[in-house]
Design a protein around this ligand. Structure first.
Ligand SMILES: [Zn+2]
Length: 377
């Protein structure tokens, strides 16, 4: 599989270069904040959307009005809007708070979407290597970089980052990579869902504990009973006690089930990849909310997390986007509604249970993240 890895190196800008980089960061941050304000204002005034291309048009105007903006290479200055878009996407997915203005300490990097020489070989992008191996930009000049190991792969993106008092260059490189067979053998992907409690990438599936649903009927009946009784009477108090016991029983059974399952998984596997479920978002959807609060995914994830830590394993939380759509065989995106339970890929012929396909995607994504993490360390 191809993987995008990050390789990080310390760079040593001169005082003058630092000042210029600081200015660039400041202009980018101001651009971010003013685009955010424009977006909010347009929405407030007449529910008008303000897209990335609108922002870019505005930027062209701003550049004429404020020539200092021209000092910043256009790639990081435009990439600002992509960050804003991601902030909004995260918010709408429910995994992030509403985007806020960025303070000095919250805007620390400049992203160059291209690096090196243009395909014609004659011209350079804004950032490249000089012949002597230093970093080069025409305004900054040459910057010293400590290449403590070689860059392997094709450079897809380049970031300059300020981290407290130091500066770093981060290369995103694309590389063909195969996780070691040890990791493969000891890793598992888990797709949790409503149909089955969990489907594992080894084709095992864990049935959904429906005990709460059953107990729920009993609870409802007991509640109804309670309403018929006179408040404060002996019968009433007895019924309250009965309901409390029922609740406790359910909670204990659920905890027991989750402890056993998480214990088993952490004993069997040293790398566990799980979709980073947006529980808030799903609970908002009322149709499924009852069963979700039954099954306690959040509690399950916490148990996995600390049990993994205890035995030296690793829980990798994976962005669940498209894990049920994409083909685990070839990556082809096969759109399907929730009711379609089988994944059928016309491109490569893969036919799999929907959740099993998802668990395989979760495993692959998790392993990719691991490799990226290893490269960043
Ligand atoms: Zn396929």
């Amino acid at each position: 599989m191809t993987m995008l890895l990050s390789q990080k190196y310390e760079i040593f800008p001169t005082q003058e270069q630092k000042e210029m980089l600081e200015r660039w960061l400041q202009y980018c941050r101001q651009t971010y904040n003013s685009a955010l304000l424009d977006k909010q204002r347009k929405y407030k005034e007449n529910k008008q959307s303000y897209t990335r291309s609108d922002m870019q048009k505005q930027q062209a105007i701003d550049k004429k009005r404020y020539p200092f903006l021209k000092e910043v290479p256009s790639q990081p200055l435009q990439e600002v809007f992509l960050r804003l878009k991601k902030a909004y996407d995260g918010f709408f997915r429910g995994d992030a708070n509403y985007p806020k203005m960025k303070k000095y300490k919250e805007y620390n990097s400049l992203t160059f979407t291209q690096f090196g020489c243009k395909p014609n070989g004659k011209h350079r992008y804004a950032m490249s290597f000089a012949d002597n191996g230093k970093l080069y930009n025409k305004r900054l000049g040459e910057i010293d970089i400590l290449l403590h190991r070689s860059i392997e792969g094709t450079i897809k993106q380049f970031i300059i980052k300020r981290q407290s008092k130091r500066w770093y260059a981060i290369f995103s490189v694309e590389r063909q990579a195969v996780p070691s067979s040890f990791v493969m053998e000891h890793a598992i992907g888990i797709d949790v869902g409503l149909n089955k409690y969990a489907v594992l990438s080894n084709e095992m599936s864990v049935e959904n504990p429906r005990f709460l649903r059953q107990k729920e009927k009993q609870l409802k009946k007991a509640q109804r009973n309670l309403s018929k009784k006179k408040k404060g009477s002996a019968n009433y108090n007895q019924q309250v006690e009965r309901i409390r016991n029922l609740h406790e029983k359910v909670a204990n059974q659920r905890k027991d089930f989750l402890h056993k399952l998480s214990y088993y998984l952490t004993q069997m596997y040293s790398v566990i990849c799980m979709g980073n479920l947006d529980i808030r978002n799903m609970v908002r959807n009322r149709k499924v909310s009852k069963s979700i609060s039954d099954v306690g995914w959040g509690a399950f994830r916490n148990m996995l997390s600390y049990k993994c830590e205890k035995v030296g394993g690793l829980l990798v939380k994976v962005d669940p986007a498209y894990t049920s759509q994409d083909c685990s065989g070839c990556g082809n995106r096969v759109k399907k509604s929730l009711s379609i339970r089988t994944h059928i890929c016309a491109k490569c012929g893969t036919v799999l249970d929907r959740d099993h396909n998802a668990s395989l995607n979760i495993l692959r994504k998790g392993l990719e993240q691991l490799c990226v993490r290893a490269a960043e360390d």
